[in-house]
Design a protein around this ligand. Sequence first.
Ligand SMILES: [Zn+2]
Ligand SMILES: [Zn+2]
Length: 472
Amino acid sequence: MATLTFMGAVTGVTGSMHLLETQGSRVLLDCGLYQGGREEEAHNEDPFPFAVKSIDAVVLSHAHLDHSGRLPLLVKDGYRGPIYMTSATLDLIEVLLKDAASLQARDVEWENKRRRRAGKVELLPLYTLDDVEDVLSLCQGLEYGERIAVTNEVDLTLRDAGHILGSSIVELFTNESGQQRKLVFSGDLGNSQAALLRDPSVINEANVVLMESTYGDREHRSMQETLDEFENVITTASQNGGNILIPSFAVGRTQEIIFRLGELYQKGKLPQQLVCLDSPMAIAVTEIYHRYQNVYNQEDKQAIEGHSQTAEPSQKSLHSFLPTLRYTVSTEESMAVNRIASGAIIIAGSGMCNGGRIRHHLKHNLWRSQSHVVFVGYQAKGTPGRILIDGATHIKMAGEDISVKAHIHTLGGFSAHASQAQLIDWFSNFSNPKPRLYLVHGEEAAKDTLKKALEANRWHAEIAALGQTITL
Ligand SMILES: [Zn+2]
Ligand SMILES: [Zn+2]
């Protein structure tokens, strides 16, 4: 009988990993990095809880590092089998994993300088660019809806999860001596209010469903309210002559913001003459989004194709939808942006301001009362982003103490995850009797609340436990 063991993103939202076993094969679902505090991240060094060489195939739900970021470690430990994902995910992990490896190399080098001076043993990075290249050589890109055999006993189909580009809901069909079972792993489910991507695919049949529950205890603010507020900030900033800084995550959120600014531009409601995307990684990701416009939702695709008058049909993209968008790739170009005193919208990473070029823009703009900073994503405790939204009057930024005079805004409606109602709605599509449902990828409170909300619909859900094995 096929079994499934929950191995990560069980008690929290990072480190996603599960193992499907049949009599003759073992398939790993996701291989994610633990992210967050030091304690959480220490788990990245833990040995894998299975014999790495016994794995026959790996399936990756999407590119986010908390789902993909330990793949280089798996390969470093000797894994040589195929890694399946959508083609868009494959393009994205090349950017994300290489960036992760470079950051680790930089951090370790920094720490080792101190260690050498102190006569201590030097550290090694978790993995290197070579390990990432090894991962990429094993990856196979699939189309949504395609069904392939990943082992003799397990078939795979990926469905659109609408969470980030290429994200998928994983359908796995097992067949052991004529006994057939089906597992559906939701991956991260998208927010149907979000721009560009489609709603998560509806699936009707399964024996067991593994569902994420990041926002199992929350509803999103309405998108219209959020967009109205965004428009207000843009108008005000233009009137008082300041720049707008938008700290943003490179994958997904940045492209959504570009689309929303494009909508305003097309309606003649974007007075700013310049939108800078000042992040090499976000630029690379935006270019990948351009290659996969076929997976955008119909409405937004039509908006982009209909309004970019100047571009050739084949050239129509987010970039032509927002013609004032400028990429700043080099450090020199980025520094030139620092000298712009007014009238620019600057999108830069990192999303929580704890790294990246946004820190320099904050240093040059926070002290001016005509500047605006717009937060469009979650700000974790302890990050500069959180300190700013909590109302700090001074902040240490890029090595200087900066007085905060800028207007700080938080736009609550952007989210890449399904809300409680959207999660319940997605599960409601499964035919009766409902499949056995296990909740993963959520904090305790989110899972408990979601379980109760599901029970109010008479649907039973179990909260998965770390290391627990279930039969399909
Ligand atoms: Zn994700
Ligand atoms: Zn996730």
